[in-house]
Ligand binder design. Structure first.
Ligand code: NAD
Length: 286
């Protein structure tokens, strides 16, 4: 049984807003914190957009008042001390910058009561990179969501060697209670389960294309028909967004990644084709 009732989410950006809204939708008392009142104004618009998305996607109960109730129940604040004063669980979703996260955990270690569990939503850092700053390595782990949490509702849960198994179990119960499917990792692993599978697939697909072996449609068709998967890797690139794909490929020193980055830029990004978000990427969604 989880004792988690009050949840505070730090960061109201793309993921933080979704994590906060999803927990509120499932009945948790949620406080969302961000650095300034200006940012919180933008967050209000994000939350309103999420209420609409849950209704549009017909998430169970959303059209019967739950979407609006979640919106009304959220507390927004730029006061960190107040935000965490009574939190059972703090979920951190601030920018993927090691120093920002370390500074934040250093403050949190002082501000949060001893009972509070800390969880990071970091995609690329390991909880071990942060645990010494938390002041409570036994009550700290990673809780990793995927973008569009109400549709792709995996919650990857990954502790360090110091994480108390009882704390891990409480977070598993919280994930279930907030409508997520817990994915339990037994050890730390960069990329968790999902990206350990997805990144090599996407890289292999890019390689087939830049080497002139098969075009994106052929690669995707093969993957869909032969495995029964609903989408091929280039369809997934369109969902992730081609700017993100470009940023990752251009930062990688190998020649194939550089060629992929150059092609993405000249044939897609420079033409405004950024993926599903702009209505066109490798495929058209208009
Ligand atoms: P984002 O840039 O959209 O949002 C970050 C938010 O954090 C902003 O609102 C910013 O004002 C706020 N912030 C900055 N400094 C802060 C501080 N010191 N305290 C509190 N808030 C602060 O970023 P995002 O895409 O939501 O990513 C956040 C985290 O979630 C990252 O660790 C990222 O790896 C992870 N993540 C992102 C995705 C994704 O698809 N975007 C998916 C899974 C996990």
């Amino acid at each position: 049984m989880s004792t988690i009732r009050t949840v505070t989410v730090l960061g109201t950006g793309v993921l933080g807003s979704q994590i906060a809204y999803q927990a509120a939708f499932h009945g948790y008392a949620v406080t969302a914190y961000d650095i300034s009142d200006e940012v919180l104004e933008k967050a209000k618009a994000r939350f309103a957009g999420l209420a609409k998305a849950y209704q549009h996607d017909d998430v169970e109960g959303a059209r019967d008042g739950a979407a609006d109730a979640a919106l009304a129940g959220l507390t927004l604040t730029s006061d960190l001390a107040g935000a965490v004063a009574d939190a059972d669980l703090v979920i951190e979703a601030v920018p993927e910058v090691l120093q920002i996260k370390r500074d934040l955990y250093t403050k949190l270690a002082e501000l949060a009561p001893a009972k509070t569990i800390f969880a990071t939503n970091s995609s690329t850092l390991l909880p071990s990179d942060l645990k010494e700053y938390t002041g409570r390595p036994d009550r700290f782990l990673a809780l990793h969501y995927a973008n569009q949490v109400w549709r792709y509702n995996t919650a990857e849960i990954m502790g360090t060697a110091d994480t108390d198994p009882a704390v891990y179990d409480e977070v598993v119960q919280f994930a279930i209670g907030s409508g997520m499917v817990p994915i339990e990792l037994k050890k730390e692993k960069a990329g968790y389960v999902l990206n350990s599978l997805l990144v090599p697939l996407l890289n292999a697909a890019a390689g087939l294309w830049v080497d002139g072996i098969a075009d994106p449609e052929t690669v995707d068709k093969t993957w869909r028909i032969a495995t029964g998967a609903p989408a091929g890797p280039f369809q997934i690139y369109d969902v992730v967004g081609l700017t993100t794909a470009y940023n990752i490929a251009s930062a990688s020193p190998d020649a194939k990644s550089q060629k992929f980055a150059a092609l993405l830029k000249s044939d897609y990004i420079d033409k405004g084709k950024l993926g599903v978000a702009t209505g066109e990427g490798f495929y058209s969604y208009r």
